[in-house]
Design a protein around this ligand. Sequence first.
Ligand SMILES: Cc1ncc(COP(=O)(O)O)c(C=O)c1O
Length: 379
Amino acid sequence: MSSTAAVAGKAERLKAGGVEIVDFGAGQPDFSTPENVKRAAVEALEQDYTKYTDTGGTPELKEAVIERHAADFGSNYTAAECIVTVGGKHAVFEAVAATVSPGDDVILPVPYWASFPEIIRYAGGRPVLLRTSEDDNFALRAEAVEKSLTPATRMLIVNSPCNPSGAVVPSSEMEKILHLAARRGILVVSDETYSHFTYGVQGPYSLGTTRNRENLVVIGSLSKTYAMTGWRIGYALGSAPLIANMLTLQSHSTSNPTSFAQKGAVEALRGPQDAVRRMRAEYQRRRDRIVAGLRAIPGISCTNPEGAFYVYPNLGKFLDRDGMADTTALAAKLLDQARVAVVPGPGFGTAQHVRISYATSMQQIDEGLRRMQDFFAHY
Ligand SMILES: Cc1ncc(COP(=O)(O)O)c(C=O)c1O
């Protein structure tokens, strides 16, 4: 079980027992799926749209994915370069499984989304961890990637905006990284699950517009962008041969993504986009509040995340006081004593941090900050 799931499980058990938890553990939007999207899926069911579809997604949905990506980012993918998957997670799994063989190295920037190292190892690869610097806002730099290369490097995983740090890789670095990967024949997996939620100087940005595209696979998801985590619709955009291999894997594992969920996804991508803009504006407001609140707590330091809906504060000062090696026990105390659920850093590859999701109401954010202030004041 991932550390995210462990905290969520304990918080749920406490909540079920009537304890009022401020839950910063969730990795999903607190918003509902937009009404027009729900209606499209209901209509599909009513029209008996309940059979198998094309394995890699309906032609209609693939076209909608390609058009939305072109409209948002200026890309020009074709249907042969697109596959619709059961969530973005399975797109990552397929891209890695179709590319990585035993003995291959995969560069993985730290902190990382907890599933990446597991997927790499499952494929027989070795995660080569590349620590990004907190002083540099956890930004991934091309120079650091170059230093991590080994003769066995087959792949680099980039996740911008990043879960858990919220870091956004500067576009100038991205270009250099892609150039480097093309030169060395390395596949870049660009996990753009949070692409629409950016709050810094750099707006929504996809690597999928670059000229070095044969060495790139873009992973996208409707889960966060349209508040559709339970629908399980994601996609990949990449070279036709890689997409064909992913399709083979998919045809012998999940088969097609759920038929009526695909109809909802078409509406999400082709319908009005104002819900995305509203969610983005609200996340930004919450980010500002929570970063300011955390920085006001003596002993906590916190980078300013430029995307996604997580903050990744450093609690190292409190670990020193107790001689603790990482934040696992500290997060457990925070849940037991202050009734605040956060996810400890070791699941993301760092010892001193916790991940706080601000995909929750402003009122919960304020209450959680108040509880943390009390907890750490007496720690
Ligand atoms: C970085 C990252 N990639 C991919 C995913 C997968 O999302 P889904 O499978 O719901 O599309 C997540 C979900 O938390 C994520 O944080």
